[in-house]
Design a protein. Structure first.
Length: 148
C-alpha cells in the first residue's frame, strides 16, 4: 500500500466513500509488515473509534483488497491476514503459530511449469505461499518430542 494520502486519492478515483474509519484502517495498515488479521486491525482502530464494529473493519479490508490497495492472505478457510505490501512477493506461513514472513525473491525459476501450461497461458503474475514450521515452533516441537 502506498501512503495513506495516495491510497485515498486512488479510492476517490474509484468513487469509494472516504470515511474517518477507513482513514484509520489505512493508518494501521500503512507500512505494517506484521500481516495483521481483521481482529488485529479492529483492536487498533477501536482505540480511536470505540463504537466501530469488527464487521465494519472487515468490510473496509475487503474493499481495500478488492481495489488492490492491500492483499488478502488466506491462512486457512476460516482466517485471513492482510498485507499492505502489494508489490510482487511471496509468503512463508508457519503451520504452528501462523506467523507470516515475506519472501522477496523471484520464485518462478524454482517452479518449472509443464510445457502444456506454458503453451496455453502467458503468465503475467503469480503468488507462492510456502508452509512449514518457524524455528520457534520447530524447536518447541523438538523439545516436546524428546520429553516423550
Amino acid at each position: 500500500m502506498e501512503t495513506v494520502e495516495k491510497t485515498i486519492e486512488k479510492l476517490r478515483v474509484l468513487d469509494k466513500r472516504i470515511t474517518p474509519q477507513l482513514i484509520e484502517v489505512l493508518k494501521v495498515m500503512e507500512g505494517n509488515t506484521s500481516h495483521p488479521s481483521a481482529g488485529d486491525v479492529y483492536e487498533k482502530v477501536k482505540k480511536i473509534f470505540p463504537t466501530i464494529s469488527l464487521n465494519t473493519v472487515y468490510n473496509i479490508l475487503k474493499t481495500l483488497n478488492a481495489t488492490g490497495q492491500i492483499q488478502e492472505i488466506l491462512i486457512d478457510r476460516e482466517r485471513s491476514k492482510y498485507d499492505s505490501n502489494v508489490t510482487l512477493h511471496h509468503h512463508i506461513i508457519c503451520n504452528g503459530c501462523k506467523r507470516i514472513d515475506d519472501i522477496f525473491i523471484d520464485l518462478v525459476d524454482l517452479a518449472k511449469l509443464p510445457d502444456v501450461i506454458i503453451a496455453k497461458y502467458n503468465i503475467k503474475d503469480y503468488h507462492v505461499d510456502l508452509y512449514g514450521y518457524c524455528k520457534d515452533c520447530k524447536d518447541k516441537g523438538s523439545q516436546e518430542d524428546s520429553q516423550t
